[in-house]
Ligand binder design. Structure first.
Ligand code: FAD
Ligand code: DLZ
Length: 511
């Protein structure tokens, strides 16, 4: 007798070559997709993120139907009692004779866990297949990690370069004689060359319908006006080609820059497309490599970009699947402060934070240095409870799914894993922010001051962070220079820093 399978496709699995779609009998098997309250509500997502996902899901379902798949699609119904993936699958199995449920490994542990429990609750076998839209698998990462105590992205990245052959010469050596050109990628941007903008797409009928739906019944974060994400693979590919031409040539040089009035500078805004399946990471890297081979972009730009994708992106995913679910609980530096309310409202007088949060509210986007060295750095210095920081990052960005958000936030930003992911905390005073951009020139706080009433809050919090965490950090060789500077502080300076930092923590909502 022939079996009927049910393949569940989640909102971040919108790829025609998804592993779970490969063995489908299009005439007989079912595909299930559902817009659901639980997915909308598990954090207070940005409204643009919800629109992106619903609209891309609807376009994808249409494309599958056009290709002959039998798609069962549940549109969002605010009054529906069906809230979760488990509800949707249970209802489907009640109405149809299903012999097997097939899922591709989901992007978040909570969904992975729920799918694994379905077999027991429904009595239908569940088969989970590996997500092949990555360069490496969790198994391969676990093998590489082996007995290592600390993982370094750079070494895993080299493995991925060898595996993919990207930017490798005929002798198996890295192009340009170096694996990494990061040292060339720290320029301050002074208005030239002119900044690039990611490609913008006018909403079509489907997207407009979703915008009306979301604005009528979902209380999300941020602004919905001006939604301009692509929602199909074709649009995502156009956005990639546009970036390669307009942004990539300068991506390397200005990757770490923090200009006051630029939302994107030379960043690609491709992460959301990659993470929901509209773009394939290797396709992106090959386009970047081809531009370098054609002499259109310098090697430091191509290498820097490819490293983000086959290096950082793969590396953080490896850590997530290796260490979950315990990873989410870690709090190495004992952060115990609440996340300031103005992370949600954007109402702070600190210019760099105001700009980063305002960008986030408008665009469901902030570039990496805003996430790491502005909003992230401040949360680290303040000593915020990691789960509150992680929840914020998971909610506010269109590209946020836990497999990528959590290691970046808990590991890279909060040093919550004690150095498994990053070799030292990315803690920095206002001086760093001043060096990399022009926020400070537009700020009401004085970056040159450490403890006065008008002093940049990052400054006292930075020194206080080092002093408070000395026991956990001062045997870290990469922190030696910072602790040598702490030792040079006179006792009176230390006392003034502690006093100012305590005041800042107590009055953080008014900063
Ligand atoms: P570009 O600067 O153009 O970089 C190119 C691509 O490289 C990105 O599209 C992305 O796919 C990849 N990439 C770059 N850095 C990283 C990284 N550290 N980890 C994984 N991939 C990377 N990225 C997400 O995709 N989702 C998240 O939820 C997310 N949360 C983050 C939270 C924090 C606290 C920090 C510090 C970083 C986070 N990142 C996350 C990584 C990075 O900031 C974003 O990928 C990047 O800003 C997306 O914008 P872009 O596409 O313009 O990137
Ligand atoms: C983020 C999101 C939202 C807001 N809504 C849905 C949805 O209604 N249906 C769906 O399938 N996916 C949605 N997503 C994406 C999921 O949260 C994401 O696929 C899982 O977290 C990955 O495990």
């Amino acid at each position: 007798m022939q079996m009927t399978t049910l393949t569940i496709i989640t909102g971040d699995q919108l790829s025609q070559n998804l592993a779970s779609l490969k063995a489908i009998d299009r005439g007989r098997d079912h595909v299930l997709m559902a817009e659901l309250w639980d997915e909308v509500e598990y954090v207070r997502h940005h409204l643009k993120k919800i629109v992106l996902i619903f609209s891309a899901m609807r376009h994808f379902a249409q494309a599958l139907e056009d290709d002959g798949y039998c798609v069962h699609y549940h549109r969002f119904d605010p009054a529906a009692s069906m809230r979760s993936f488990s509800d949707a699958v249970a209802a489907h199995c009640k109405r149809h004779a299903i012999d097997e449920i097939v899922v591709t490994r989901p992007g978040e542990w909570r969904v992975f866990d729920a799918f694994n429990r379905l077999e027991k609750t429904l009595g239908v076998p569940v088969r989970m297949v590996e997500d092949e839209r990555f360069v490496s698998t969790p198994g391969e990462f676990a093998e590489w990690a082996g007995a290592r105590k600390n993982f370094r992205m750079e070494f895993f990245y080299r493995l991925m370069r060898r595996k993919t052959g990207l930017l490798m010469d005929a002798e198996g050596q890295p192009e340009g004689g170096q694996w990494n050109f990061d040292a060339d990628n720290r320029k301050k941007w002074k208005g030239r060359p002119e900044s690039a903008r990611p490609m913008s797409f006018a909403p079509d009928d489907i997207t407009r319908e979703v915008i009306d739906l979301v604005s009528s019944c979902i209380d999300g974060f941020g602004e919905l006006d001006g939604f301009d994400f692509g929602v199909t693979p074709g649009q995502a590919r156009r956005a990639l080609a546009h970036f390669v031409k307009t942004g990539l040539p300068w991506f390397g040089d200005y990757q770490d820059a923090l200009p006051d009035d630029e939302d994107y500078l030379f960043h690609s805004r491709l992460s959301a497309y990659l993470n929901i399946g509209l773009l394939d990471p290797l396709e992106v890297c090959r386009a970047v490599q081809a531009a370098w081979q054609a002499g259109e972009v310098p090697l430091n730009a191509a290498e820097g970009y490819i490293r983000q994708i086959i290096g950082w992106r793969e590396f953080v995913r490896g850590i997530y699947w290796l260490k979950m679910p315990d990873y989410a609980e870690q709090n190495f530096l004992d952060g115990d402060q609440p996340l300031p309310e103005w992370y949600w409202s954007g109402r702070t007088k600190m210019r760099c934070l105001e700009r980063a949060i305002e960008n986030t509210r408008r665009n469901a986007y902030a570039h990496h240095i805003q996430r790491l060295m502005v909003t992230g750095n401040f949360a680290l210095l303040l000593g915020v409870r990691p789960p509150e920081v992680c929840e914020w990052y998971l909610a506010v960005y269109a590209d946020a799914f836990e497999w990528v958000e959590l290691p970046n936030t808990l590991g890279m930003v909060m040093f919550g894993d004690g150095g498994l992911l990053a070799s030292k905390p990315y803690a920095a005073s206002g001086k760093y922010i001043q060096r990399m951009g022009d926020h400070c020139a537009n700020c009401r706080y004085a970056v040159s001051e450490r403890t006065g009433d008008d002093a940049c809050p990052f400054n006292a919090l930075y020194w206080d962070f080092l002093m408070r965490n000395q026991k956990q950090l001062d045997d870290n060789p990469r922190m030696r220079m910072m602790y040598r500077n702490v030792e040079r502080l006179a006792p009176a300076d230390k006392a003034a820093i502690t006093k100012r930092a305590n005041w800042l923590r107590e009055n953080v909502e008014a900063l």
